[in-house]
Every structure is written in C-alpha cells, then in structure tokens.
Design a protein around this ligand. Structure first.
Ligand SMILES: Cc1ncc(COP(=O)(O)O)c(C=O)c1O
Length: 383
C-alpha cells in the first residue's frame, strides 16, 4: 500500500486544546487589551462580551448567570462541587476518566457519605433510568475519553428537587444542551471553539443560585472557589469582574472564536459541522475492517471526541500490549508525516484512536485523513 497523495490541510485533530477555527491567525489578536488592567472599563467590557456572545449562541435562558472563572473547566466544575454539594445526597455518574475524577473529588476530597455511584465501562453509559433526581446529580454530557455522550436530556426529571451539575466541556457549542434540565453547566475555551486553555465558564440556573444563597458548606472555601459574599451571590463575577486575573490575549481569542461561530450560523451551524464530521467518520468506519466505534450504542456516539477501537482480525490472539504498541506507532508515523497530530486514545482509555470532530475541524480534512489512517495501520502492523 503506497502512502496517499493528498494530505489534510490542517492536521489538528486533538481533543484539547482543539483545532483553531479555519482561517485563524495570531494577527487577529492584535486588538487584545494587553498591558491593561482586566478591571479597566474597556477590558472588563471585553470579558463581558465573551459571556454575552456565548449566551446568545448557546441560547442560555435570560435568568441564568454566566461568568468567566479560573482553572479552566476543572476549575468551574470544582467550584460548583465545593460550593453546592452536601445539602442533600448525590448521584455521581461516570463512564470514563473525567467523570471518575469528579467521583473521586466528591468521595475522597469532600468526603461526602450519602453518595451513589452509577458507573459504566468505556463504551457504555450507566443506567440513566436509575438516577434519583430527589438528590443532586453530577455528570458529564460528553465523555471525552470514551466518546460516549448522553443522547439528550429526556432522562432528567423536569420537576427534580436536587440540582443537576453538568460538565459540558466537550459538548457546549457542539451538542444541544437541554437548559431546562440543567442547573450548573461548565466548559472551557480550549474545546469546541478552539480557544486557549486555562479559562473556564460557569453557568448557573436560578435554582443553583438559590442553593448558593441558602446553603453554606461545612468545609473551608479557597478564595478561587468563592461564589458568594455575605451569604449572597457575588454577582460581579457574572458581570465581567473575574475573581483573579485572566489573560486578555485569551479573552480576545475567545471573542475571535465566538465571532467565527456566529459567522457559520451560530449553534445550528456549529452542530451541523460537528455532526457532519461524525457522519464522515461513520462512513469511513463502516468500510474499514480494522476499527469500530468505542461507543456501543450509536445514539451515544460523540460528534466531538470520536473514539475508535481496534477490531482487526490481526489483533485476535495478540496481547493488548502489542496491539497498543502498534496503534501508537501508527499514530506517531502520522504525526511525523505531518498528517495528524494527537490522535492516540487517552492514556486511561482502551487502545485505539481519538479524532476530534468539533466545529473547528473541516470535514474535508477528516476525509483526507482516512486513507492515511488505513495506510499507517497497514504499514505499521506489517512491521
Ligand atoms: C469532560 C472533561 N472534563 C474536564 C476536562 C478538563 O478540562 P480542563 O483541562 O479544561 O480543565 C476535560 C478535558 O479534556 C474533559 O474532557
């Protein structure tokens, strides 16, 4: 098998930080408020503009709060867990590495005892019908390391008593989030819109704000997590005043991504691009005899972190270590060829590949990649 002639124009298929938008250039950041205080009027207005544009694209209900927080998505999720949990029992859902991290936070760090863990192996979802919405519920909309997403929000009770806390970092701007069913939603800039790392977004429903104002957790709260002041929501965090100092260069880049999102038709345009990418991968996988989706139920297959496992007859009877070594070597070959960067499966996930299909990836680049994947696997397994 000879190497294919055509190469992806952009070999960026990483699941975070993800590809920049098509046409992105660092020159687009020349108006950034660098060297200015983030609390100066014009700088604060830029920060607030990120929230306003995000709200409008995502269709965030008017009565929700949205703010920029430190520590990326991890910071946003942990702020929510530390600030809200402990008021009632909690159901923790986990089906891959990041969800398991939140389970560990709640059980080992916060030490909550009235906890139910609903877990599933890589490739599946836990039994969503057994979630108890009289309790708080923590879950990940899209499991980035297994490529398994919840299909929709139908399984969540509309009349719930507990809060739903949703890590949506690889779902926001690529999947339809059912805001009526959610109370806390988090994401970071480095994912679907291809922004820079280290900045998180925290969205709170009125019910989440009510909890913040009526419940004080028994543990100490680092300054970086503090969402209330004298028992009331610190509203300024949701009006452009961050807790500590953000990068104004990253803020400018986030605005660049949001303006691009608007230019491709807002949320429907973004969803269309990601679903188009998933459809392209599906078409290739159906014709390939060596890979399959890690997600078992087609309704749960992610359109962003598209995870694939090795099902080649060649792998039968070989130990997982050898298969793993071979796919890693194939991925390295593609990296060295400048054809695909960062497509190996996550370190804790089953052996395979992970292709990012979020909106900033062009379908044509995925299509140019598929023959290279076939070539690299074939050439590598033959030694
Ligand atoms: C589902 C999920 N949660 C949390 C994180 C951590 O994100 P960050 O590094 O932006 O804090 C990631 C990163 O890939 C993720 O995919």
């Amino acid at each position: 098998m000879t190497a294919p002639a055509a190469r992806p124009a952009r070999p960026h298929f990483s699941s975070g930080p993800c590809a920049k938008r098509p046409g992105w250039s660092v020159d687009g950041l020349s108006d950034a408020m660098t060297g200015r205080s983030h609390r100066a009027g014009p700088a604060k207005a830029r920060i607030q503009e990120v929230s306003e544009r995000s709200r409008s694209i995502l269709g965030l209900p008017d009565d929700w709060k949205l703010g920029l927080v430190p520590g990326s998505d991890t910071g946003a999720v942990e702020m929510a867990l530390w600030s809200l949990l402990g008021a009632r029992g909690v159901d923790l859902l986990a089906w891959e590495s990041f969800g398991s991290g939140w389970v560990s936070d709640v059980t080992k760090q916060l030490g909550l005892e009235d906890v139910r863990k609903l877990e599933a192996d890589y490739g599946d979802l836990p039994d969503l019908a057994s979630v108890d919405f009289s309790r708080d519920v923590v879950f990940t909309w899209n499991g980035t390391t297994s490529g398994v997403r919840v299909p929709n929000g139908d399984w969540i009770a509309g009349d719930r008593e507990g809060l739903t806390i949703c890590d949506a970092t690889s779902a926001a701007f690529a999947m339809d989030l059912d805001w009526d069913k959610l109370d806390v939603v988090t994401w970071s800039w480095q994912k679907v819109l291809g922004g820079e790392a280290a900045h998180g977004m925290l969205a709170l429903s009125p019910r989440a704000v009510e909890r913040l104002e009526s419940y004080t957790p028994p543990w100490p709260m680092p300054k970086i997590f503090r969402l209330t002041k004298n028992g009331k929501l610190n509203g300024s965090i949701f009006e452009g005043s961050t807790i500590n100092t953000p990068s104004m260069l990253c803020v400018e880049d986030a605005l660049d991504g949001l303006r691009w999102a608007e230019s491709v038709g807002g949320l429907p345009g973004l969803l269309g691009r990601a679903e188009g990418n998933l459809a392209a991968v599906r078409g290739w996988v159906e014709g390939a005899d060596w890979v399959d989706f890690l997600a078992n139920d087609p309704a749960t297959r992610s359109c962003t972190s598209i995870c694939l496992k090795i099902v080649d007859a060649w792998a039968e009877g070989r130990d997982d270590g050898e298969v793993s070594k071979t796919i890693k070597a194939a991925a390295k070959r593609l990296d060295e060829e400048g054809v695909a960067f960062d497509i190996g499966s996550y370190r804790d996930a089953p052996t395979g590949l992970r292709l990012w299909g979020g909106a900033t990836v062009d379908t044509a680049d995925l299509e140019a990649l598929f023959p290279w994947l076939d070539w690299a696997w074939d050439a590598t397994k033959q030694g």
